[in-house]
Design a protein around this ligand. Structure first.
Ligand SMILES: [Zn+2]
Length: 568
């Protein structure tokens, strides 16, 4: 290729922001009809960026799901959370397509999975079929849509991944036709006082400004005059909409110019799953925890390794130190090139001279290092790079309101994000051996307990935690419950298609279930959202009398058994 043409193409690619070419006609859409989104790629979710497109299925379960192209099923996973029932197809062109929250698989795949479930005596399963085992053709029905796993309503979660790197890529780049003429919405801007000496309108406080206007004509509501002094930074609250769908989705690219100079840009074309959690540094995490609104920050914390940034001048901190009016222009673009623009001015003032005295800080956590906190009542251990920036760490303890086996510990604050799991150890005195398996460390959230997988070593209970917040040791001594919805002892169930149970546990949750007929394991499907456990009657149920046993356990080894003899 001519060198000048090559340079020209490179420049063009940089301008449009798309860095790579993807095949446009290779993959067919996985659902019938007009493609409507309830979620899009890169959308901001809790602790992660959304890794695919969520296609609507008319609010219903059971829509046909098609293989996007020829290939073979390389992975099948059934889990109670995440993508629920999911299929991964490997294609010869170097991509993998993923289909999640499925209700059930097509006949051949279903019987393949069922056989393995019976072999392993487990409903949840992860399989990696060989290339020769489950080949699929483009357009072949592979499954039926559902609402399994961590799904809040019926839809198909669809992904395209690079098979070498496993990185998900925005499927829109592969030519799917999604109608989107709607420009992103810009809700608000937040100006941050980035240092102790920074001032916004004479105060050392962050300020949120709501917007008015539309499309290319966004401005700040009532055109406020804004004075800034010292280093400041910015954040924006924005979302996108697509045609014929009410669901708010994510924007593709945000850029910021100050006095016509590009100072910030990011875009979400692809990312690695391993970096998805940096979203907690990408957004204003504290604001999100407090108000449930996500501001996307231009400031990049030193410990943030997200690859989405194109340009971040001076780590996203603006330092004017003059007496001029500065013009700020935010540009927000969705993946279909609809652009919205917000403009406003700030009046800069000369910075105060900074008093150079550094206060000595107790429990200073350097984000680059491993850190620990040790006290007679609690020990905490953090790996290297567990935080996005350094800070002064605090722990306090008080008596818990309800009966508990330890004090309630406030571990720093839930508004500070933690990147890596950390360990907690709480020494407890004189706990009887039989009581130890009933105790667990619980996170307290709005008065609700959430169990953390805990274990005893000697007289110390420990757990691996993922978030700061309030923790306490409590006991779960209550048995889980079983309600048989369509059988009882002695019942004649001739002609029945399935047995249905409602199972539940109040504190630690149903952790294990095992059902048998005449002492042989039977496959039960469990859906935690509806608490339903369903056995679809198969040849394990014999003519005549059958002894049905269901045994469930919670995470603290509390057990409940249901038994019935039924005739079939
Ligand atoms: Zn999804």
């Amino acid at each position: 290729m001519n060198r000048f043409i090559a340079v020209g193409i490179l420049v063009l690619i940089c301008i449009t922001g798309q860095t790579q070419e993807y095949p446009k006609d290779y993959f067919q859409q996985p659902v019938d009809g007009k493609l409507l989104l309830s979620g899009n790629f890169g959308e901001l979710r809790s602790d992660h960026f959304h890794s695919g497109l969520d296609f609507k299925t008319g609010g219903k379960i059971g829509a046909k799901i098609y293989a996007s192209a020829d290939g073979y099923i390389a992975r099948i996973k059934i889990s109670l959370s995440g993508f629920g029932k999911a299929i991964y197809i490997k294609h010869p062109n170097g991509y993998i397509t993923v289909y999640g929250h499925l209700n059930h698989f097509s006949k051949d795949i279903e019987s393949y999975v069922r056989k393995k479930q019976y072999e392993r005596e487990s409903f949840t399963i992860e399989l990696f079929p060989k290339a020769s085992e489950l080949k699929v053709k483009k357009g072949e029905v592979i499954a039926f849509s559902g609402n399994t796993g961590g799904s809040a309503g019926p839809h198909l979660h669809y992904e395209i991944r690079d098979s070498k790197t496993e990185k998900p890529i925005n499927p829109v780049f592969f030519g799917f036709k999604i109608k989107d003429y709607i420009k992103p919405k810009i809700k608000a801007v937040k100006i941050y006082a980035s240092s102790e000496n920074s001032k916004i309108n004479d105060k050392n406080e962050d300020v949120v400004y709501k917007t008015s206007g539309w499309g290319l004509k966004y401005r700040l509501k009532n055109d406020p005059s804004i004075k800034v002094k010292g280093p400041i930074s910015l954040g924006i609250s924005t979302y996108d909409l697509t045609n014929d769908s009410y669901n708010k989705v994510g924007v593709y690219q945000i850029s910021l110019k100050v006095d016509s100079q590009l100072v910030y840009r990011h875009k979400i074309e692809r990312f690695a799953f391993s970096e998805s959690k940096y979203i907690n540094s990408f957004i204003d995490y504290a604001h999100y925890i407090a108000e449930r609104e996500r501001f996307q920050r231009i400031e990049k914390d030193p410990g943030n390794k997200l690859s989405l940034y194109g340009r971040v001048e001076n780590s996203g901190v603006l330092e004017f130190n003059d007496t001029l009016v500065h013009h700020v222009v935010y540009e927000v673009m969705d993946v279909h090139n609809n652009i919205s623009r917000l403009q406003f001015n700030v009046q800069s003032e000369l910075s105060d001279s900074i008093s150079g005295e550094e206060k000595k800080k107790k429990n200073w956590f350097d984000y680059r290092n491993a850190n620990k906190y040790s006290h007679s009542t609690i020990k905490l251990n953090f790996k290297k790079r567990s935080f996005y920036r350094s800070f002064e760490f605090k722990v306090s303890e008080k008596k818990h309101k309800l009966p508990a086996y330890s004090n309630e510990f406030a571990i720093h604050t839930d508004q500070t994000p933690v990147h890596r799991p950390f360990t907690i150890q709480i020494p407890l005195k004189s706990i009887k051996t039989e009581m130890k398996e009933k105790l667990f460390i619980a996170r307290i959230n709005d008065g609700e307990y959430s169990l953390q997988n805990s274990k005893f070593t000697g007289d110390t209970i420990s757990a691996t935690l993922r978030k700061f917040g309030n923790y306490v040791v409590i006991a779960d001594t209550t048995k889980p419950t079983i309600k048989a919805l369509n059988i009882h002892n002695g019942k004649n169930i001739e002609g029945y298609k399935r047995l249905v149970f409602e199972i539940d546990d109040d504190l630690s949750g149903v952790d294990e279930f095992r059902a048998t007929i005449n002492d042989k394991w039977i496959l039960c499907e469990y859906e935690p959202k509806t608490k339903r456990l369903v056995y679809t009657i198969d040849d394990r149920m014999q003519k005549g009398e059958n002894r049905v046993v269901l045994r469930i356990k919670d995470a603290c080894q509390n057990e409940k058994t249901f038994e019935a003899v039924v005739s079939f």
